[in-house]
Design a protein around this ligand. Structure first.
Ligand code: ADP
Ligand code: MG
Length: 171
């Protein structure tokens, strides 16, 4: 199913992406699931590092490409950071015990989570990161799946537009 973009943010470099991720963290509550899509090098891990910092995670967040799952519990919410790039079949997600994680009361951030859509909960925030014109330009497309993020995306739009980080939604 193709979902329409609710909000698009424009990033001209890692610092902008960090500001955007921190604004998302400000709106995040226990039980939230955030799915990060976009090609290798788009900035999914960069987003997660700043998102974690925004939740006051003091540990250094590293890419979980080889470990698949990292748990950080030094912040105001427990953050589970997963990267499912290496998952080739949906059956392989069983080992990750995703339903238990989604119910754990922590926050789950899933890099490449869009590739395992059938294993995702009914409600989550999708962030699709696209490359822009310059090397450091990115567009972050936000899509609220289900109901959990609809009202908060309006608030995120206000927060980002105050910082001149919003982009006209064309899709
Ligand atoms: P992914 O996890 O999507 O594969 P990473 O976050 O590991 O990507 O890497 C993104 C790379 O792109 C980093 O080296 C980062 O410094 C660089 N980069 C350049 N511009 C941006 C930007 N606007 N937002 C995020 N990262 C950027
Ligand atoms: Mg990554």
């Amino acid at each position: 199913m193709k979902h329409s973009v609710d909000l698009a943010a424009r990033s001209h470099g890692p610092a902008d992406t960090a500001t955007i991720a921190a604004a998302v963290a400000d709106l995040t509550v226990a039980g939230d699931v955030i799915v990060l899509g976009g090609d290798l090098g788009a900035g999914k891990t960069a987003f997660t590092k700043a998102f974690g910092a925004g939740l006051d995670v003091t540990d250094a967040i590293t890419s979980p490409t080889f470990t698949l799952h990292q748990r950080y519990d030094s912040g105001r919410l427990v953050v589970h950071h997963l990267d499912v790039y290496r998952i080739e079949q949906i059956e392989e997600t069983i080992d990750l015990a995703l339903p238990e994680l989604f119910e754990s009361g922590g926050v789950v951030v899933l890099e490449w989570g869009d590739t395992i859509a059938p294993a995702l909960p009914a409600s989550y925030l999708m962030v699709q990161i696209e490359f822009g014109e310059g090397d450091d330009d990115r567009i972050l497309n936000f899509i609220g799946i289900g109901t959990a993020w609809q009202a908060r995306l309006a608030r995120l739009g206000e927060a980002l537009s105050e910082k001149n980080l919003t982009e006209q939604v064309t899709a």
